[in-house]
Design a protein around this ligand. Structure first.
Ligand code: ADP
Length: 657
């Protein structure tokens, strides 16, 4: 029984002058409501009302209106495809349930015809109207998919058209409800529906049956239009706000992501946020939950207010900060002059007074629940600033970005430090391999040859045996020194050394170093050593063992590289208020100007590792530099050139009284 012909198509066929128009569902709803309201407001005599709904659920939304309309007429016909309850019936008005595949499921009709009044809305849903308009709901979050559906059709008060539409629908009604034949015939006759087209259709082609006061209709329509306009306006405003917020968050997050320097990140964030929110001040400072105070490190400043940069902010006795900590959420004070917490706290009152803060926002910068810092916004003018939800969301979003950026920067710094340590470790490892290759293998093979000869040739002359033994012994001593120096340097470089700073007289340390030297070199002839230490020198603060080690190594080098006829001088002077400078000078072979710095490199030896004559390890000066760095002193070498002697200087902190 289902009918596949479209009412709209039939109507357009019989009235070819009609041009269909496009309607959004929202407009059709507004028009239909206005038409129904017009009937409710006017005094029409038993008007014919035919409404066709695509689905039962659409009908249900309007059912209450039709009950009210039923009080105005007995000639009301409501058509719909049934879903749950809708069925043919004749209670308040006639209900006609059409087949689910009837062409009416695609159409929307409302026809009102009375003696001197006619208006009709005959439309069909555009195919694919939902998919074509998919972008609309994304653009306008508050406008739902349903409202964006599109229809094409006719809305007119042209009498001939309305009568024809009524006729087409009444024919359809009779197919589904043959029991209504009489009732339909009665209304058709009364209103002249279905009379010859010549009489009604063509002659009355441009006749408009509307001698009714249309004011309420127009008023109503305007109200609907205004309402949808307002909704649209709101939707666009919210899109614009959203877009503005996204642009700002993006620009700030790009700016802060460009850097891995925490200071730069905080400065950029303060500037951008303050500028965009037109704040008088935007402050960002680092703070941890346990901090008693914080120093304001970064500030965006509006030109008319005083800077608070460098100020110390109370945190421990600051009720707003404590509240932020407790709830891990931002706190917003609309008007400081009326706020109870601010008035009660002397710290806050004094800030408000001194810096004129009228409206105050304190937002925590958190990372996984850990407080990293605070973002503050100040507005200093009257009237107090009215915080908008959008602004608060924005500050929160930026604070989240700052938190992530800070953690990223921190991890990067840790990674860099770790990389440095790894590089150092790698260098140490390569050096160890180099030593094993060049330094340890040579004495080891000498020792091995000597000992093997002693073991396999018992008849070896006694003198030769002695030579073999002493060679093996001196080479094993060289290996011991090398391994010991290498371990010392590794420990110093990796920070595995414990320092025991004490107050020391430099003269005593020099004496100790010299006595150590003399016991070692009692057989060798060494240059004369002079000391020049004024008695008035202040005490120094350093680890005594390491200080003696530095002096001993420098004097040992001076002895190694100075002929026995030469001279070595140790002197000490004060270098500024904080440091004492010790100098070990010799009259020996000197150092080329371009070598003055690289002598402190590990394994640097002028002769090259394999042609060493002086028996050193090439690690002595590297060890000295590590030790002196340990007490934050400096060590450097001077020399006027080859054979012109060298001076090694280093500084030690003076004891502060
Ligand atoms: P080494 O064990 O070889 O002495 P150092 O690190 O103490 O190792 O010294 C590195 C190099 O610096 C020496 O091999 C030498 O070439 C140069 N040097 C150190 N002290 C002096 C000095 N007083 N006069 C000239 N050259 C020196």
């Amino acid at each position: 029984m289902s009918i596949s012909t479209s009412v709209l198509s039939d109507l357009l066929k019989s009235h070819p002058h009609l041009r269909s128009q496009l309607y959004f569902k929202a407009s059709l709803t507004a028009l239909s409501h206005a038409m129904e309201d017009q009937v409710l407001a006017a005094n029409l005599n038993q008007p014919l009302i035919i409404a066709s709904f695509q689905k039962e659920r659409f009908y249900r939304q309007e059912a209450h209106r039709y009950q009210r309309l039923a009080e105005k007429s007995h000639q009301i016909y409501v058509l719909s495809a049934p879903e749950t309850d809708f069925a043919n019936s004749s209670e308040y008005y006639e209900k006609i349930a059409f087949e689910p595949d009837d062409a009416l499921t695609q159409e929307w009709h409302l026809v009102v015809v009375a003696d001197n009044y006619a208006t009709c809305l005959v439309c069909r849903e555009s195919l694919g109207s939902l998919s074509k308009n998919k972008h609309i709901p994304e653009m306008i979050p508050s406008v739902d998919m349903d409202t964006a559906r599109r229809f094409e059709g006719i809305w007119t008060s042209e009498k001939g058209v309305c009568l024809r539409a009524a006729q087409l629908l009444l024919e359809r009604i009779q197919v589904y409800r043959p029991d209504l034949v009489k009732k339909v015939a009665e209304v058709k006759q009364r209103l002249g529906i279905g009379e010859s087209i010549n009489k009604v259709g063509v002659n009355s082609r441009h006749e408009y049956a509307c001698d009714l006061d249309t004011d309420p209709f127009v008023q109503r329509l305007v109200t609907y239009l205004q309402a949808s306009q307002y909704k649209l306006h709101k939707a666009y405003r919210s899109i614009a706000d959203q877009a503005r917020k996204e642009r700002l968050v993006n620009s700030i997050s790009t700016a802060i992501r460009r850097s891995l320097d925490p200071q730069e990140i905080l400065q950029v964030a303060a500037q951008e946020l303050g500028k965009h929110l037109e704040a008088c001040r935007c402050l960002i400072y680092r703070a941890q939950a346990t901090d008693a105070k914080a120093i304001i490190e970064h500030e965006f400043l509006n030109s008319h207010v005083t800077s608070v940069l460098g100020q110390s902010w109370e945190l421990e006795h600051n009720p707003l900060f404590q509240q932020v900590l407790k709830q891990l959420e931002g706190v917003c004070v609309a008007d400081t002059l009326a706020d109870h917490d601010v008035k009660k706290s002397s710290a806050l009152s004094s800030i408000v007074k001194q810096f004129g803060v009228r409206s105050w926002l304190i937002e925590p910068v958190l990372y996984q629940g850990r407080l990293l810092g605070i973002v503050e916004l100040h507005y200093c003018y009257f009237p107090p600033h009215e915080w908008q939800a959008g602004e608060l969301d924005l500050v929160k979003a930026i604070a989240t970005h700052i938190g992530a950026a800070l953690i990223q920067a921190e991890s990067f710094a840790n990674l860099e430090e770790l990389n440095k340590q790894l590089e150092a470790l790698d260098r140490t490892r390569s050096n160890l391999i180099a030593i094993t290759g060049h330094e340890l293998r040579t004495p080891l093979s000498t020792i091995q040859v000597c000992l093997e000869s002693l073991a396999t040739e018992p008849d070896m002359p006694w003198e030769l045996q002695q030579v073999m033994l002493s060679t093996a012994l001196s080479d094993s001593e060289r290996m011991r020194k090398l391994v010991q120096d290498f371990l010392t340097l590794s420990n110093l470089e990796s920070g595995r050394v414990e320092w025991h700073p004490e107050s020391l007289a430099i003269q005593e340390c020099i004496d100790l170093a010299l006595s150590r030297l003399r016991t070692r070199s009692s057989q060798e002839k060494i240059p004369q050593i002079k000391t020049n230490i004024p008695q008035t020198l202040p005490l120094v603060r350093a680890d005594g063992d390491w200080l003696v080690e530095v002096i001993a190594k420098l004097v040992d080098n001076a002895c190694k590289f100075t002929p026995s006829a030469g001279e070595i001088t140790i002197q000490a002077i004060t270098n500024g208020q904080e440091m004492l400078e010790v100098t070990v000078s010799d009259t020996g072979r000197g150092i080329e100007p371009n070598r003055l710095e690289i002598v402190f490199d590990r394994f640097y030896q002028e002769e090259g590792a394999l042609r060493r004559t002086t028996g050193g390890t090439g690690l002595g000066l590297a060890i000295c530099r590590q030790i002196v760095n340990g007490w934050e002193g400096k060590i450097w070498a001077d020399s006027t050139g080859k054979d012109k002697g060298s001076q090694f200087h280093f500084t030690i902190p003076i004891v502060n009284n």
